[in-house]
Design a binder for this molecule. Structure first.
Ligand code: GZL
Ligand code: ZN
Length: 326
């Protein structure tokens, strides 16, 4: 029989299909993770999302269902309900605020789907409604900031006037960071909270409310401290202050901030932010560890806290900032 090209191709094709059964791989079952993220309100949040996306990849054996709630709790609750309908293996929730989660977490529990809380936490009666919480200790962060301020103003007898830019109302980060400052104001008779404004952790909102407040004062307020509950708020406050002739940093207004993003640390190196308290967003790998414990039928710890540090201009170099991941 004359072997022509078509016959040769047909023989090759046949041979490849007849590969031994062992070589024909079973399709790998991916672990389905439903993630409900707060939004994209800050540099910190963008880094947090990137950490999740780069951890839960198909190559690593996951199918990631990612939903951005655009800063609305209702959107998070409907996303969780969709994940339950889709019978995901695990739900990861970055809760916008602490209250209002009992019923939807009860639904996830009834469906036998574990919920891992990431970043902020929830205030629920029954902590069996979530398998684990991975995040920062926001009270600790606030206490570090006010301890630094205590040292910076310990020799000041006269008034210490403070403008407080708060984060998203009712979020763990806002509650913890605000509580520390409010306690410190109570402990220092010469410290005065001139105003507490809701900057919602965004640069735009903070710029808007700071301009409004400054322009609404009968005379230019004397400011010693502007306490901003994240870097993006600090950027907005600094812009509003400098436009009105304030000097931020050095012997001028002490701006305190949280997150220690690359841009925040750049402002700090330049002296505009006097203290930046780190808040680590890169929690993807830790979340994966908890997912793997759950997948193996184990019981994870209830709380995992990230380790964080403080930065002042003296601690920083361009090299250090360039080496940071977010
Ligand atoms: C803190 C996180 C806060 C960040 C903000 O862990 O919840 O939300 O400090 C972010 O940048 O918007
Ligand atoms: Zn003191």
């Amino acid at each position: 029989m004359k072997i022509t090209v078509p016959i040769l191709l047909a023989l090759l094709l046949l041979a490849s299909c007849a590969a031994p059964l062992a070589e024909q791989k079973e399709p790998v079952r991916l672990t389905v993770i439903g993630v409900s993220q707060v939004g994209a309100e800050s540099d910190w949040r963008v880094a947090n999302t990137e950490s999740m996306r780069s951890t839960f990849t198909e190559e690593a054996g996951y199918r990631l269902l990612f939903e951005d709630a655009r800063q609305k709790q209702d959107n998070q609750i409907s996303a969780i309900r969709r994940f339950i309908q889709q019978q995901v293996d695990c739900i990861v929730l970055m809760p916008l605020c602490e209250s209002g989660w009992d019923s939807v977490l009860q639904e996830a529990k009834a469906a036998g789907i574990p919920v891992i809380l990431v970043d902020r936490s929830v205030a629920v009666e029954d902590d069996s409604l979530y398998a684990a919480h991975i995040g920062s200790d926001f009270c600790w962060e606030g206490q570090q900031a006010v301890a630094w301020l205590d040292g910076a103003f310990q020799d000041v007898e006269g008034p210490v006037n403070i403008l407080h830019i708060q984060g998203t109302p009712g979020s763990s980060a806002q509650l913890g960071r605000s509580a520390a400052l409010e306690q410190a104001v109570e402990d220092h008779e010469n410290w005065t909270l001139l105003a507490q404004l809701d900057g919602d952790f965004t640069q735009a909102k903070t710029y808007e409310v700071t301009c409004q407040w400054l322009d609404g004062q009968s005379e230019k307020p004397q400011l010693h401290i502007v306490y901003c509950e994240n870097d993006n708020s600090a950027f907005g406050a600094i812009q509003a202050l400098e436009e009105r002739g304030y000097t931020c940093g050095g012997e001028g207004v002490r701006v305190v901030s949280f997150d220690a993003t690359r841009q925040g640390l750049t402002h700090c190196l330049k002296g505009k932010i006097s203290l930046d308290v780190e808040c680590d967003p890169l929690m993807g790998p830790l979340v994966e560890e908890v997912v793997q414990i759950l997948e193996a039928g184990g019981t994870p710890e209830k709380h995992y806290y990230t380790q964080e540090q403080l930065f002042t201009p003296e601690d920083l170099t361009w090299k250090l900032i360039e080496q940071r991941i977010y």
